[in-house]
Write a protein that binds this ligand. Structure first.
Ligand code: ADP
Ligand code: ADP
Ligand code: MG
Length: 495
């Protein structure tokens, strides 16, 4: 057993705040790191200690491995939690951390290496006969040879970067005449974006759903699944709305997919919290896509239906504890939905928007959880992922969860920056979503900016009401001043 009394969070924003919360509940001290752009950030104020690590661009701060390790040693932490994104799936970093005698909260560097490459992951999973999307599961460099393989698979095909992630590094090719040009582009993009030009081909599944399985593994080889999440509402191959459980699965398929995910975990000696992603076709055939060896953005929906705090489990596993439950002990209850509130304008094809949160009021009441990293008056930095907040709701069933999400969206007020809130409302009101019969093409099929006009008017009305309320409320003034004082105290401590 390893003692973990102090943890550095190598991340920022909502996920850093969320991790600090679990640490506090476990009586573990937290250390935040921050860039120039995050001096006033919530994660900096919530942590017990905070260290400045560099300039705003991630390469000079949140991706600066040696600086983060230097701070970890200086602060004498026992472990580093990498969150998601940034260094969370970086095997080199995990190895460096462990070499300094610090625990990396995640799987072993070898596991990260295998699963970080989509190709190596497929190879590992094949040993357990996990169903794969038809395609050539090998890196190809020769365009002519690739074209032959594409012909064998049958168009449309998807060219994928083996090192890709976050929805980046994919190209659909509809016919042979486009192939060579697209292929060359994909290789050069993969090289510049991920430093690895390996690409491979997959059959482009025409109307898939994205369904993923949460797993947990300890250091004794025990691996369990914590059921599924439906993540088909996406833009740019990246999720915006997720829910648990998936409305598409029946108990039989659920069990099959869960067991397949456990086998994928076994294939790479998985330890910690991880996610096995699948796509599901209309006949409920599922195919392995990739594994994410970290906490996932959408992990809260699983927490709400299983009652298990995944960050606490990660820490217990990192301490060397055995899982405290077996597969038979785990069950789920009710339904949870998450909306990612991005600083993006749905009216301009989800282009990132920047600026200041001139007003910011969160919804309250039964069944609502907000994981956010900002407060009213703060700027959304342009340097990082534009995620402002995650609105997560729980209901006794899907119907109640949908109604609750709509109510919560109506209560949520964000002005100064365009967000995905009105898009969320549109989806929750849509018949395809309500019926559960939707796939990853939802946005493409149903969404056009003019469908937002009504929601936009409602949002303006809410914002005006809030503003009028503020003008007449003395209490509000007092609150703002106190907040300012708290900030300036912090600024002094940070100097
Ligand atoms: P999740 O599967 O948890 O929903 P996302 O695909 O939304 O993950 O990505 C989570 C975060 O990690 C985002 O900030 C995304 O940009 C980043 N990310 C994930 N994988 C990579 C990668 N290979 N390269 C760069 N960024 C990545
Ligand atoms: P990333 O590492 O960027 O998350 P994934 O392989 O997980 O990449 O794919 C991201 C999304 O792209 C999926 O959720 C799905 O919408 C789409 N996608 C991936 N592979 C296929 C495929 N073979 N056919 C159709 N859609 C796919
Ligand atoms: Mg993925």
């Amino acid at each position: 057993m390893k003692e973990i009394n102090k943890v550095l969070i190598a991340n920022r924003g909502e996920i850093a705040v969320r991790i600090i919360r679990s640490l506090k509940e476990m009586g573990i001290e937290s250390v935040a790191v921050f860039s120039d752009a995050d001096r006033q950030a919530l994660h900096v104020r919530e942590a017990d200690e905070a260290f400045h690590i560099g300039a705003a661009p991630s390469v000079q701060s949140y991706l600066h491995q040696d600086k983060i390790i230097e701070v970890a040693l200086q602060a004498k932490v026992d472990a580093i939690h990498p969150g998601y994104g940034f260094l969370s799936e970086n095997a080199v970093f995990a190895r460096k951390v462990e070499e300094k005698g610090i625990v990396f909260i995640g799987p072993s560097p070898e596991t990260i290496e295998t699963m970080g490459s989509k190709l190596a992951a497929k190879e590992a999973a094949l040993k357990y006969k996990i169903p794969m999307v038809p395609g050539g599961n090998k890196a190809i460099t020769d365009p002519e040879q690739a074209k032959e393989i594409a012909k064998g698979i049958g168009y449309p095909v998807l060219i994928k970067a083996s090192a890709g992630g976050g929805g980046k590094g994919m190209r659909i090719v509809h016919e042979a005449s486009e192939f060579t040009e697209q292929f060359n582009r994909a290789v050069s993009e993969a090289l510049s974006a991920f430093g690895d030009g390996s690409v491979f081909l997959e059959k482009y599944i025409s109307s898939p759903a994205h369904v993923e399985i949460q797993i947990l593994g300890d250091s004794f080889g025990n691996i369990v699944y914590l059921f599924d999440r439906e993540c088909s509402i996406q833009r740019r191959y990246q999720k915006v709305i997720e829910e648990a459980p998936s409305p598409k699965l029946n108990p039989e398929i659920r069990k099959k997919m869960g067991e397949a995910a456990v086998l994928v975990g076994k294939a790479c000696n998985y330890r910690g919290a991880g996610t096995v992603e699948f796509i599901l076709d209309e006949n409920l055939n599922f195919y392995f896509l990739e594994m994410n060896t970290r906490l996932q953005v959408e992990h809260p929906v699983t927490e709400l239906i299983t009652g298990i705090d995944l960050v606490k489990e990660q820490i217990k596993i990192a301490r060397g504890e055995k899982l405290s439950f077996t597969q038979e002990n785990i069950s789920f209850k009710g339904h949870a939905i998450e909306l990612r509130i991005y600083a993006e304008d749905p009216a301009t094809n989800f282009l990132p928007d920047t600026g200041r949160l001139t007003s910011y009021k969160i919804p309250k009441g039964p069944g609502i959880r907000i994981d956010d990293g900002f407060e009213e008056g703060m700027e959304i930095p342009v340097y990082y992922d534009p995620l402002i907040s995650k609105l997560i709701v729980y209901g006794t069933d899907r119907k109640e969860a949908i109604a609750r999400m709509k109510r919560a969206i109506d209560e949520y007020v964000v002005t100064g920056i365009a967000t995905t809130l009105p898009f969320g409302k549109f989806v929750l009101n849509h018949e395809a979503f309500i019926s559960g019969r939707f796939n990853t093409h939802f946005v493409q099929h149903f969404f056009t900016p003019d469908t937002l006009a009504i929601e936009a008017n409602e949002a303006t009305e809410k914002a005006i009401a809030l503003l009028v309320g503020k003008l007449f409320s003395k209490n509000n003034e007092v609150k703002i001043n106190t907040e300012k004082n708290r900030n300036s105290k912090w600024m002094e401590r940070l100097k």
